[in-house]
Design a protein around this ligand. Structure first.
Ligand SMILES: Cc1cc2nc3c(=O)[nH]c(=O)nc-3n(C[C@H](O)[C@H](O)[C@H](O)COP(=O)(O)OP(=O)(O)OC[C@H]3O[C@@H](n4cnc5c(N)ncnc54)[C@H](O)[C@@H]3O)c2cc1C
Ligand SMILES: NC(=O)c1ccc[n+]([C@@H]2O[C@H](COP(=O)([O-])OP(=O)(O)OC[C@H]3O[C@@H](n4cnc5c(N)ncnc54)[C@H](O)[C@@H]3O)[C@@H](O)[C@H]2O)c1
Length: 454
């Protein structure tokens, strides 16, 4: 069977499924190919944001339950699986129900720059498309370490979230966002967590005062850290994983029930045969795109994690806006017009940031004013029962514009969006210093933070 369509979207990520809706409703014949029925809706729904935050929330509520750690954890994983199954089906139904859009279960690869080979469980066939949109996401990067194979007791974030047997001890390779989010969740479930990283300290890109606050918060949660570590080899048997590592020339071993590998994510281009279409990739292995997210082949676009931008669901969603703008009005909205992108990592407590840190601002040559506020000073934090954290603001001393803000504190994932709005509206910091906030809220502390700017 050989077919001809207007568009093929490869991968059921956030950008792809949103774009399918636009293209289909415009009357263009569109195929969306997804290689795994367990991934309708993409990483976020099935193996990323939603399940990890479901487990994090469940872990936060651990102390309200009288059942054992083992039973509580298993129930959380079972409930997570049930939520994911519902969201997966809802995502499929939504996209499969769009006029002119066909969802195909299959793995896509390029035969040439207009022809896609689709391999399903039963057959393999070619489809010719005028335009092709690559939205294949990213997958865990597994370092080349002797014995490090993802199976049984050695996990990626995806397989760990399906493990129903409670790990009493967990070692995590990597103290990035995935490592830290999972460390907090499992520590709250009652697991003894140890994080091993090759870096010499936690969050090396952040200012020291902020990174230290995160470090102390995790220590208080009972998480241990081993920095400057070279991992020599990993072994597993029926009962445990053994990790052999070296720090400053000294060899040691650590044993645990499970190991999570959270050492970054790489572009998911393995099956695509990009070379057949002549599509170029960067040295880091991500697909090169221009400001409209076109590859070096103008009719082939790459959206989401696979194009090497920040790895967040809302960035993938915004990539869809950029491509839609190109198709609709010649690209009046492009990557160059993007607002500042904030992020929230669901650490213990939530870590949210927009713009520059103090050291980044100084490196870029800004004359700056800086203020920090401990979360202990915030009444709402006392009510919430977690006074850990710090708010920090960096302001341009010449213009009074906000250059960057870090909020490490409860509910910061909501509060940071207020700061983003002030930056987009190009308001001076004094607006947040003087805004009338409701009380008692974590947001009202923006008054106290910005009033400290002198
Ligand atoms: C544990 C974890 C927690 C996270 N938490 C957050 C969070 O809280 N907030 C946030 O914003 N982001 C979070 N992220 C990041 C976020 O999930 C990703 O940035 C986002 O999902 C990427 O979406 P995408 O559109 O690039 O593609 P994806 O959603 O990754 O979709 C790509 C799809 O393409 C399919 N595919 C791949 N190759 C082929 C092929 N050859 N043929 C057919 N189909 C193919 C894959 O099966 C997959 O379904 C998290 C990620 C992880 C792993
Ligand atoms: N809340 C969120 O939005 C959220 C949550 C989780 C993940 N994500 C996305 O997923 C991406 C990937 O997260 P991640 O934590 O896997 O990657 P990361 O790049 O943030 O961190 C990887 C860590 O692993 C360490 N590392 C690398 N190789 C190592 C080795 N051989 N031995 C020991 N340590 C090693 C690095 O030093 C680093 O600290 C993030 O950048 C983020 O965009 C987002």
């Amino acid at each position: 069977m050989n077919k001809r369509v207007d568009n093929i979207i490869i991968g059921f990520g956030k950008a792809g499924k949103t774009l399918a809706n636009y293209l289909g409703n415009k009357g263009e014949k569109t195929i969306l190919v997804e290689k795994s029925s367990l991934m309708y809706g993409g990483t976020c729904i099935n193996v990323g944001c939603i399940p990890s935050k479901f487990l994090a929330t469940s872990a936060d509520r651990r102390s309200f339950s009288g059942i054992s750690d083992e039973e509580y954890y298993k129930n959380s994983v079972v409930n997570k699986k049930s939520l994911v199954a519902k969201l997966n089906k809802a995502n499929y139904d939504k996209v499969a129900g769009i006029n002119n859009v066909e969802v195909i279960d299959g793995c896509a690869s390029f035969k040439d720059e207009h022809t896609i080979l689709i391999k399903t469980a039963r057959e393999e066939y070619e489809v010719y498309a005028e335009r092709i949109f690559i939205n294949t996401g990213s997958t865990p990067f597994i370092p080349d370490i002797e014995g490090l194979k993802i199976k049984n007791r050695i996990h990626t974030s995806e397989s760990l979230m399906n493990l129903e047997e409670f790990p009493h001890t967990l070692t995590i390779f990597g103290s990035g966002f995935i490592g830290l989010e999972f460390a907090a969740s499992y520590a709250k479930f009652g697991t003894k967590v140890t994080i091993i990283d090759k870096a010499d300290k936690l969050l090396p890109r952040e200012d020291d005062d902020v990174a230290n606050e995160v470090f102390e918060s995790y220590k208080a949660l009972g998480v241990d850290f081993i920095f400057n570590a070279g991992i020599d080899h990993v072994e597993q048997d029926e009962n445990k994983v053994t990790i052999s590592y070296t720090v400053n020339g000294e060899k040691s071993q650590i044993y645990s029930d499970a190991l999570l590998v959270a050492t970054g994510r790489k572009a998911n281009i393995k099956d695509l045969n990009l070379a057949n279409a002549g599509v170029e990739i960067s040295e880091r292995g991500f697909i090169n795109v221009n400001k409209h997210l076109q590859t070096n082949k103008p009719h082939i676009f790459a959206m989401g994690d696979v194009n090497g931008g920040p790895q967040f669901t809302y960035v993938s969603l915004d990539d869809n806006r950029i491509v839609k703008s190109y198709l609709e009005d010649n690209g009046s909205y492009s990557k160059d017009d993007r607002q500042p992108i904030a992020f929230s990592a669901f650490l213990h407590p939530t870590f949210s940031k927009v713009g520059l840190s103090e050291k980044d601002a100084l490196e870029k040559g800004y004359k700056i004013k800086v203020a920090t506020l401990p979360v202990t000073a915030i009444p709402k934090a006392k009510i919430l029962g977690n006074q850990t954290g710090i708010y920090k603001a960096v302001v341009d001393a010449d213009t009074n514009q906000i250059l960057g803000v870090v909020l490490f504190g409860e509910d910061s994932h909501e509060v940071i969006n207020i700061v983003v709005l002030a930056i987009i509206m190009k308001q001076p910091y004094t607006m947040l210093a003087n805004q009338i906030f409701t009380h008692p809220t974590m947001a009202e502390a923006l008054n106290d933070l910005f009033v400290l700017i002198k």
